[in-house]
Design a protein. Structure first.
Length: 188
């Protein structure tokens, strides 16, 4: 009985090892694996794919109002964390109360040397959780030379459930890259 168990165990270990060797080249992806995006001819990309673009990574961001009617310049609008993914998507965790839907999703593309545009949608709710309607956030940001910070502009358009514009806010956004070694003081 012990020898059958040992043979079975040895066989299972051999199959797992063999599977690991053949699976090492395997890749799991979500989404469409169609043609890669082509960069405009006005600038060159030193990397070979969008997943290697310098914007890819985790960022701590802050948005402040500028030239928004009725809101003094410099008024904090939002802050939080944004993850820019190599597949051209983005997810943001806003500092808004969770009941108002503080997670939202976007898509981005490079439009110039170290410059990116983001088109981003959120499902907005009141503090009691009742839906307001979609919000659209647009950004245009430019990375610094070290690709550790970016600055740019943003606009937020809040709509009701029928698509009527309820509010427009615009301003400036700034962000710092979060690394494995980033201390808490850098994200406060």
């Amino acid at each position: 009985m012990k020898s059958i168990f040992r043979i079975t165990l040895a066989g299972a270990i051999a199959l797992i090892s063999l599977g690991t060797v053949f699976a090492s080249g395997a890749k799991a992806d979500c989404g469409f694996a169609g043609k890669p995006k082509v960069a405009p001819a006005s600038f060159s990309m030193p990397w070979t794919s969008q997943s290697e673009a310098p914007i890819v990574g985790l960022w701590s961001f802050k948005m402040v109002a500028k030239d928004s009617p009725g809101i003094p310049d410099g008024t904090p609008i939002d802050a939080g964390f944004a993850q820019w993914h190599g597949d051209g998507t983005e997810i943001m965790n806003s500092s808004r109360p969770p009941a108002t839907s503080n997670f939202c999703l976007g898509t981005w593309e490079q439009v110039g040397h170290r410059t990116y545009k983001l088109n981003h949608f959120a499902i907005s709710s009141n503090l009691d959780g009742t839906p307001i309607g979609p919000a659209r956030i647009r950004e245009e940001v430019t990375l610094d030379d070290d690709a550790d910070r970016f600055t740019g502009t943003f606009s937020i358009d809040q709509y009701d459930k029928t698509g009527k514009l309820l509010m427009h806010v615009q301003g400036e956004i700034s962000a710092k890259r979060i690394k494995v070694t980033t201390p808490i003081q850098d994200v406060l």
